[in-house]
Design a protein around this ligand. Structure first.
Ligand SMILES: [Mn+2]
Length: 435
């Protein structure tokens, strides 16, 4: 949907004013970059058109302040329910034109009226990406506790409850127009001996077979692995090997989801991406960044080169199979920034890596690899990575009706102050988590 046809939470006249102030500079930078790329035999228009195809889903839980295990410091005007979350997500898409879908998390976003939610989303020009289940915490009134696991629990009643919740997520997702369920479980052991390691995975697979069996034919099931936390000794789905084995065991609709923060430090994540793509099991991503562990920092804020190398593998996979379409989602925790600003910046960082990867001269790279010219092969990647594609991204936004500078336009709009007035904080009303 075109920005002008959708309900825009920020007055489109204000965005146009903001763009008018910056447009001359954007065009000058774009022309300069166009000349530079032309000398490399690249057409900037083709890259801008490609940039406009980029889309990453925003997590509903990301528009509230996240927090750490120690504290949460709520911000002003935080959304108090799923409808207010949709409004903030609409701001992000209005200004970046790169986030046309929202990934919901149940039961945090549960609604008795999915049709109304779907209609409101459509009004904003938004759709729904994968839905996420939650069996890593107990909800008020829940019969069985997940303290000792969910899909892997020893208790059949607990496992049945966790399976039923996932099937309910599928039903809600169907009503909303989603096409995938992402399953992450915190199940695992904190002490050696706590679990029979093989037995826990057998129970996980049994539970997942029941969930898989409830999938509509055009749905995918994403298995998200995570190295550790909350299980600090042995997490049941800890790594891509386990995820791959389970996805293979379950069937063709099951795929692996790679959250960039869910690996040991220094893990070669781009190689995992290449492996999963090679064997047809790469379902999607949760983008974020980290320095030490599952830090859930903003995408591209710590290691943008790694993000580029991930997209370099994705570009290679797309070239081999044009139908290759993994799901892109952001999954971050915003503790010290305005979540809308972080999500806009992060969507742009991921889009930047996508365009930089498209800039790689694949013919030259292959020739250097075949000639064992290691230095030039590395330099070929670096040349693409060092190219400032910012003008391409800004032009893509302008052409799609977004903002030349989304954070600048957002701050100038006064949106945060406005929602702070009409969304007074309510104790316990905000639900945002980290997964
Ligand atoms: Mn995640």
């Amino acid at each position: 949907m075109n920005a002008s046809a959708a309900t825009t939470p920020i007055d489109s006249g204000r965005v146009a004013e903001h763009n008018a102030r910056l447009e001359t500079d954007v065009r000058a930078d774009y022309e300069a970059l166009s000349g530079m790329l032309a000398r490399r035999g690249r057409d900037i228009e083709q890259l801008t058109a490609l940039a406009q195809t980029f889309a990453v889903a925003v997590p509903s839980w990301g528009v509230g302040t996240g927090g750490t295990r120690f504290a949460r410091f709520p911000g002003r005007g935080e959304p108090r329910n799923v409808f207010e979350k949709m409004e903030d997500c609409a701001v992000i898409h209005q200004l970046t034109r790169a986030t046309p879908t929202v990934s919901l998390h149940f039961p945090w976003d549960r609604t008795d009226d999915p049709a109304a939610l779907r209609e409101i989303a459509q009004g904003y020009g938004l759709g729904f990406d994968a839905v996420n289940s939650n069996t890593f915490q107990d909800q008020p009134g829940q019969e069985q506790t997940y303290k000792h696991g969910s899909l892997t629990a020893q208790s059949g009643a607990v496992r049945a409850q966790a399976v039923a919740h996932n099937i309910e997520c599928i039903e809600l997702g169907r009503a909303l127009g989603s096409k995938a369920l992402t399953v992450w479980v915190g199940d695992g052991a904190n002490f050696p001996g706590q679990h029979n390691l093989r037995g826990a995975l057998e129970r996980y697979l049994d539970s997942m077979r029941d969930i898989y069996g409830a999938l509509p034919a055009d749905w995918q099931l994403f298995i998200e692995h995570k190295l550790f936390e909350p299980a600090f000794y042995a997490t049941t789905i800890a790594d891509w090997g386990t995820s791959f084995a389970c996805a293979t065991e379950l069937g063709p609709q099951a795929k692996c989801l790679v959250d960039l923060g869910h690996h040991a430090p220094n893990t070669n994540i781009e190689m995992i991406v290449a492996r999963l793509a090679q064997f047809g099991k790469l379902g999607g991503f949760h983008f974020n960044d980290s320095k030490y562990g599952d830090d859930d920092l903003d995408s591209g804020s710590i290691n943008p080169f790694q993000l580029f190398l991930v997209f370099n593998e994705l570009a290679d996979a797309s070239q081999r199979d044009p139908a290759f379409r993994p799901a892109y989602m952001l999954d971050q925790s915003h503790n010290v920034t305005d979540p809308i600003e972080s999500l806009m910046s992060s969507a742009i960082e991921v889009q930047r890596a996508f365009v930089q990867a498209a800039l790689v001269d694949r013919g030259a790279l292959r020739a250097h690899q075949e000639a064992n010219d290691v230095l030039q092969a590395a330099q070929t990647l670096k040349q693409a990575y060092r190219t400032d594609v910012g003008p391409i991204l800004a032009m893509a936004r302008l052409r799609a009706g977004g903002a030349a500078d989304p954070v600048g336009a957002y701050r100038a709009s006064g949106y945060r102050t406005e929602v702070a007035e009409r969304r007074p904080a309510r104790a316990g009303a905000s639900s945002s988590g980290i997964v």
